[in-house]
Design a protein around this ligand. Structure first.
Ligand SMILES: [Zn+2]
Length: 176
């Protein structure tokens, strides 16, 4: 027997251990009864792990938008926080509203569409394009580019940087 085939390197052990761990994790993930909304976007834990890459704060916001539990007002009321579900513009502040509709973020949304059209051939913004994890069958790096451009939009709008939404502050105007 050649020397090479009898020798197990540390890399091989680490690789096998990692693979075994990932399989277990994937099974637990598939069988888990919690996080179903999240699972729809992340059927593979390998995909989920990519979110450990740089800019955790913004990726965290993307995860919140995917799961429907964020500081957006329509989400806050869902988790029992007694606040108005409305956006400052007056419409229900849902994920769709924040990403696709709100007039407050219109300029940033225009920039997002412009960039995605140029880089990824996207002509219309929709939730699946922005928040799903599917890659493009022909364009390499398509999903990473969309996530990167979406991150820029999230940062540019500043919506998730506010420490306390207006609706949480005492409303002095409604006491009389
Ligand atoms: Zn709005």
């Amino acid at each position: 027997m050649p020397e090479d085939s009898r020798t197990t390197t540390i890399q091989e052990v680490k690789g096998a251990s990692h693979k075994s761990c990932m399989i277990k994790w994937q099974k637990r993930w598939e069988n888990s009864s919690t996080g179903r909304t999240f699972y729809e976007f992340f059927p593979s834990v390998e995909q989920k792990r990519h979110l450990d890459d740089p800019d955790k704060a913004t990726y965290g916001v993307i995860l919140q938008l995917q799961t429907g539990y964020s500081i957006l007002n329509a989400h806050r009321i869902r988790v029992g926080i007694n606040a108005s579900p409305l956006c400052e513009c007056g419409a229900l502040e849902s994920t769709e509203h924040y990403l696709l509709e709100c007039c407050i973020h219109e300029a940033h949304r225009g920039e997002l569409l412009k960039a995605l059209h140029k880089l990824c051939g996207v002509t219309v913004l929709d939730i699946k394009t922005l928040l799903n994890t599917d890659d493009h069958p022909y364009i390499p790096g398509w999903r990473e580019t969309i996530t990167s451009e979406l991150s820029k939009y999230i940062k540019a709008t500043g919506r998730f940087m506010k420490k306390q939404p207006v609706s949480d502050k005492p409303r002095s105007d409604i006491h009389n």
